[in-house]
Design a protein around this ligand. Structure first.
Ligand code: FAD
Ligand code: NAG
Ligand code: NAG
Ligand code: NAG
Ligand code: NAG
Ligand code: NAG
Ligand code: NAG
Ligand code: NAG
Length: 610
């Protein structure tokens, strides 16, 4: 048939097939006899010249004459051996109508976060606003449960055949296609109104490869199914006594957006990004063959010997208006400083960030407005491979500087050291109805006192404007990435960066498009300050703004033109579409209310017929 072959991970530069080692589910593929029974499943021919003007302006939408008939969907389902789902949103039992069921609604309502029920749900995602917030689970729901930006049909993938059939059906019937794994995308990239979704979450296979060689790499590796989550990878690390670079968030999917967009975690400054670990990758493309833009079914990553991580934490609070001097309030866990001292301390920490990163460590910090002109600063610094004494020594100069600045905080001597690979489970994560803005701040900004002061001044201003600041210290340089990561298609802005800086904005449900636009404009004022001080730097697509200005440059840097060329060659149909991904400027979502970056509308070509 059409064998899938391994390719190097360097999504862009190295394409070299090697002998295939398939998981059993990768050998189950669409056959000529399936296609002869149901011609809507035929493979595409990308050698045909596809003219934009010969194709419809918009993807087919439910209710359109071109939308597949129920009988077409059931034929697809029989080829898929029953894995086609036609699901309603989790909140459906709360709404009057055939699905109404109070006890089910109560059960969904008692889910305070994104629990087991939601993670196993074919539609549910972490971010509600991009879907349109339709059919929210609520005990006093009014109106009707609408599908909104959620897909209409979902293929619960267990074989490569499921993916091939889904891709071919979507391409041949002009359907909007969505891919969902663990549903953690913050920007609505795993939902889409009127779509068919390919859900890869159940591809949970894993294999340890004690000796693997490819190109310049020779050593331990692991082969991972596309649906594996970070916590599952941690369990395998513990079983096999190895280290694999995994996402920091334990419920994040490893093989979806995390790996394709870069992917940071506890070991970023020691072994590089998630994408730097990938030695080969199996994908199904828009046509069928190997390629660089497609649906991942499995991949092979580097593995390392076991490692421990030692952690240091530092937390304090600032009260800006009161001029309250360093007093420990009995009701608060952290010391409270006056505003100037607080921001001096925060600046000293971030300035010190470079030393943490250069020691192979990462930091995970937040500055959070608490209201009443109070702010909290919290950080955890994680140093892989360092002993407690080494971490205490490393951190001492920061505590000396803090003392001089008026923050008399003791350098903690008793630290926790624990194995990176560990046994555990994950209860799911709460729904993060947030919108991120991101900037990868380069090393240059640390190397000049004046530029540092301006950089921190811009960060402080955005915090004082009311936004939560999230600073993750990461140093995935080219040198650390090694082969083949150093020549991959990941955003080049990662390489010189010391801190991935974010502003987090919680999106209230029920905002009007105008209110959301106003909020966007306000946060962009803060981002502009950051951009001015980091010319040529970029932004991390997975924790960035789906409304990012000049996103091609911000998310992909100067690799964009080459990536776009590859995308057009591999997927001339524009089948794979998600907001701010390569080639997405050719299409837009037409919503009824114009809510910024919403996925709740038809997907149509930009400038069609013009
Ligand atoms: C709680 C939480 C913690 C996080 N922690 C981290 C962190 O520590 N480090 C970090 O870098 N990021 C982190 N993120 C961001 C995370 O990297 C992205 O949200 C990532 O895209 C999530 O992948 P997913 O498979 O869970 O998401 P999904 O929403 O299912 O997919 C994300 C994107 O990947 C595409 N995709 C999914 N599966 C496939 C596939 N098989 N083939 C091709 N494309 C596919 C989807 O179409 C979508 O565009 C975190 C997010 C959350 C919500
Ligand atoms: C189809 O599904 C049935 C039951 O769900 C299963 O027994 C059978 O092995 C499946 N066939 C294929 C080809 O996957
Ligand atoms: C409502 O859902 C519960 C399961 O939560 C089920 O036991 C019950 O039969 C359902 N009621 C109706 C009327 O469908
Ligand atoms: C639903 O009911 C709760 C109290 O039971 C109330 O606080 C809330 O405002 C109600 N929501 C709506 C949309 O009416
Ligand atoms: C999806 O498929 C998996 C594997 O066959 C199964 O365990 C799961 O229950 C399915 N989920 C749904 C919602 O059908
Ligand atoms: C785990 O691996 C390390 C080094 O690779 C080795 O020293 C240790 O003995 C191994 N432990 C077990 C339980 O296999
Ligand atoms: C300082 O803050 C503490 C804790 O909130 C409060 O109890 C105290 O009264 C404040 N002191 C002054 C001088 O404002
Ligand atoms: C930077 O700020 C610090 C603290 O506010 C100040 O002491 C120092 O002089 C400033 N340096 C420059 C070059 O402006």
């Amino acid at each position: 048939m059409h064998p899938l072959i391994f390719i190097f991970s360097s999504f862009l530069l190295l394409l070299s097939p090697i002998s295939a080692i398939n998981f059993p589910y990768e050998s189950i593929q669409l056959t000529d006899s399936d296609i002869s029974i149901f011609p809507d499943l035929k493979f595409g021919d990308s050698s045909l010249k596809i003219s934009t003007q010969d194709t419809p302006e918009c993807k087919s939408f439910p209710g359109d004459p071109s939308w597949p008939a129920d009988s077409d969907w059931s034929r697809l389902n029989s080829v898929l051996n029953g894995s086609l789902l036609h699901p309603l949103p989790l909140g459906a039992p709360c709404y009057q109508g055939p699905s109404y069921n109070l006890s089910k609604c109560q059960a969904v309502n008692s889910i305070t976060g994104y629990t087991a029920a939601a993670r196993e749900d074919p539609l549910a995602v972490i971010t509600l606003w991009a879907e349109g917030g339709t059919c929210l689970p609520s005990l006093n729901a009014t109106g009707a449960c609408e599908q909104g930006g959620y897909p209409v049909y979902v293929i619960n993938v267990t074989t490569v055949k499921d993916i091939q059939a889904g891709i071919n059906f979507a391409r041949n019937r002009n359907l909007r296609l969505v891919i969902k794994n663990a549903g953690h995308d913050f920007g609505g990239r795993s939902v889409g109104a009127g779509s068919l979704s390919i859900w890869t979450y159940h591809l949970k296979s894993f294999e340890f490869l004690p000796e693997f060689s490819i190109g310049e790499y020779k050593g331990m590796a692991v082969k991972v199914g596309a649906g594996i989550e970070a916590w599952e990878l941690f369990n395998y690390m513990s079983i096999y006594n190895i280290t694999v670079v995994a996402p920091g968030g334990s419920s994040v999917g490893v093989g979806g957006g995390w790996m394709a967009g870069g992917g940071h975690g506890w070991l970023t400054s020691k072994y590089g990004l998630g994408s730097d670990q990938v030695l080969s990758i199996q994908v199904v493309t828009a046509r069928w063959e190997i390629g660089t833009f497609g649906i991942v079914t499995s991949f092979i990553m580097k593995a390392y010997p076991p490692i421990t991580i030692t952690q240091n934490s530092l937390n304090f609070i600032g009260a800006v208006a009161s001029g309250n001097k360093s007093t420990t309030a009995p009701s608060e866990r952290f010391t409270i400083y006056d505003g100037e001292t607080f921001f001096k301390g925060v600046s000293l920490y971030y300035r010190f960030a470079k030393k943490i990163v250069d020691a192979g460590g990462i930091g995970f910090s937040y500055v959070t407005p608490l209201g009443n002109n109070r702010y909290s600063f919290t950080t955890t610094n994680s140093l892989p491979g360092l002993t407690q004494a080494q971490v205490v020594d490393l951190m001492q100069p920061l505590y000396d500087d803090l003392k001089v600045a008026g923050l008399n905080i003791a350098n903690p001597k008793s630290l926790s050291t624990s194995p990176y690979g560990h046994q555990g489970s994950d209860g799911g994560t709460s729904q993060y109805n947030v919108r991120y803005r991101s900037r990868l701040i380069p090393r240059k900004n640390w190397e000049d006192d004046n530029l540092w002061n301006q950089t921190f001044g811009a960060i402080r201003k955005s915090i004082e404007a009311g936004f939560t600041f999230h600073g993750t210290l990461n140093g995935p340089s080219k040198k650390i990435a090694g082969w083949p990561g150093s020549s991959s298609g990941v955003n080049p802005a990662w390489r010189p960066s010391v801190m991935h800086s974010m502003l987090i904005e919680t999106q209230a449900m029920g905002l009007t498009a105008q209110q959301a636009d106003d909020e966007e404009a306000k946060i962009q004022d803060s981002m502009d300050l950051w951009r001015e001080l980091t010319p040529g730097a970029g932004s991390y697509i997975n924790e960035g703004d789906p409304g990012e200005q000049n996103w091609q440059w911000s998310f992909f840097g100067d690799l964009y033109p080459q990536l776009l060329q590859t995308k057009r060659r591999r997927d001339p149909w524009g089948l794979f579409w998600a907001i701010t991904t390569v080639g997405s400027e050719g299409w837009e979502v037409k919503t009824e209310d114009g809510y910024p970056s919403s996925q709740n509308g038809r997907l149509c070509r930009v400038g069609y017929g013009g």
